[in-house]
Design a protein around this ligand. Sequence first.
Ligand SMILES: O=P(O)(O)OC[C@H]1O[C@H](OP(=O)(O)OP(=O)(O)O)[C@H](O)[C@@H]1O
Ligand code: HPA
Ligand SMILES: [Mg+2]
Length: 179
Amino acid sequence: MINDIKEIMLTREQLAHRIAEMGQEISTDYAGQEILMIGVLRGAVIFMADLARAIDIPVAIDFMAVSSYGSATTSSGVVRILKDLDETVEGRHVLIVEDIIDSGLTLNYLLENIRSRKPASVKICTLLNKPDRRKVPVEIAYNGFTIPDYFVVGYGLDFAEKYRNLPFVGILKPEAYNL
Ligand SMILES: O=P(O)(O)OC[C@H]1O[C@H](OP(=O)(O)OP(=O)(O)O)[C@H](O)[C@@H]1O
Ligand code: HPA
Ligand SMILES: [Mg+2]
């Protein structure tokens, strides 16, 4: 698995250090309040698990799964909900947690969807931000790392469902795509 990686972009230590900072920042910003963290399945799971433990105010966690139709043929940003929330959003402080924001289409849809449920507030937290590929603007409140336009895997991010369990973020070797 590690032989398929060309270069490590973010080490385990860099990730841990930045996530600790993000957790502190979030804890300070929401001091005295309670957050509902909403993770976007499946990529955000690993980041969310570590981020939640870096936050020292009360958090509830829930998940949504969406399927994006944002391919080359349809760049309309049509997204379908595969798994909806179990928690109610109304009146709560929502933090949407993503592993990566690329075109922004997934988040753009999710944000509208969550806003329609009348939260007290809603903000976006992402581990990685790839602004070069943005199709719709997304306002990010907490951004772990801004990265150049490479396809990355690890720490939740997959290629064809592989590599999510790597403890770092790395760039795949070109030959690893031809499996
Ligand atoms: O900004 P966008 O262009 O919408 O891309 C980002 C989304 O794409 C990836 O998820 P994917 O749909 O591959 O599902 P996964 O999380 O299960 O890997 C990633 O986890 C984000 O949710
Ligand atoms: O760079 C990426 N890697 C894995 N999944 C992704 N989804 C959007 N961008 C990426
Ligand atoms: Mg993915």
